[in-house]
Design a protein around this ligand. Sequence first.
Ligand code: UMA
Length: 446
Amino acid sequence: MKLVVGIGLTGLSCIRYLVARGEKVAAIDSRAAPPELDQLKREFPEVPYTVGGFESPLWSQAAELVVSPGVSLQEPAIAQCIRAGVPAIGDVELFARVVQKPVIAITGSNGKTTVTSLVGKMVAEAGFAVEVCGNIGQPVLTAIDKPLPDFYVAELSSFQLETTDSLQPLTAVVLNVCQDHMDRYDSYEDYYQAKRRVYHGCRYPIVNADEPEIWRDIPFSQSPLAFSLRPLDSGFCLREHNGEYFLALGEQLLLPVKEMQFTQQYEFQNALAALALGTAAGLPMNAMLETLRRFSGLPHRCQAVGEFGGIRWYNDSKGTNVGATIAALLSLGAAKSGRLFLIAGGDAKKADLSSLLEPVTRFADQLILLGKDAPQLQNLFAGKLPIARVTSMQEAVNFAAHSARPGDIVLLSPACASMDMFRNYAHRGEVFVQAIKDYFSKEATR
Ligand code: UMA
């Protein structure tokens, strides 16, 4: 019997996939009410399951574990099975074993959803059929049961890569690495090594020339194609010409950055990485550049909510780690004229938050803290800038709306995961936007 660990999006997709192929399956989840339990009961009443803990006789009956990304392989029950010789794989490994079309694989600490989405659009613009899948939201095993595309574009998290051995992507990238998920890894090195697994068996590796420590010692079979924010002799880069910045391939200027809706360095990095991946996949340059001209970014990623009460509000709920929040601060902070109010906090996933100190004190004028790790942030910034502690998003927005003046900016960029207070980062972003609207609609009727 195959034991599917986790009854969320991934777990359900694994059960569907395995049952359809005649496998004997059981499921387990430590949560009392995992999100897809009702669906599991409706669709597969014959599948045995345990919820509300990992105590179960199912472990001893398992010939293989299929572990969801949200569950650590170090869970004692799982570790014990692995020690007893029971293989533990993930949904991406099942996908990798049967996938019939080239996979473009994207990982990194930040920007991976944007790059995945961009490359998906480039493939479509070039006239090919594409399935965009993985960490971005559609499980890979849901994608594999759809009509066969020409390419799969897969966003892969370090958790998914940990349980994957046979992927062999056509082209793959680790965009960048900063501290994240330290609640799941024993060290930064372990996290880093998990990310690098994306290059296993990869035909055309794409590398970030500005972070050579990620890939320098990997014995690639093909020399990698690089991207960089500095000029490169070959590879995709940012180049200045007559006072204007261009995306370029070596010396060849491709696109003035002003023709894109991207304005920030980290966004240019995403554009360059997408060009490199698309080139490795054989996409025509024109289609890729046209996609870059049109792409207007993703929701919850430093997204302008609008101007309310003369204050500009930004939703960067997807800023779930330190690197993302620093990028948001650099981008908005550098251009600000008034003050910047930063709403932060949530589950810091045991990350070292100290690298926030310099950019936050440089760009933010007021901190508004909420969530599980607000005390940790408060300790870090005590005496450095004014801090307000709140217990809900509405309270955070009310405080900002009361204290900010026309011309100021309010940025939600938590540097933390959302699950301590919200379903996910999208839910947190929606609650933020709704709280702004509620506050200002009440103001209007006053
Ligand atoms: N959980 C338990 N006990 C269990 C199983 C899960 O407590 O027995 C908890 C986990 O700790 C986690 C949550 O439940 O907090 C969800 O875990 P899951 O593995 O069931 O998640 P899925 O619903 O299958 O969603 C996963 C990805 N989530 C995670 O890796 C946490 C989704 O990425 C992804 O879109 C989906 O598979 C399809 O591939 C989301 C995410 O937050 C966006 N990813 C992290 C990130 O981007 O930082 C890695």
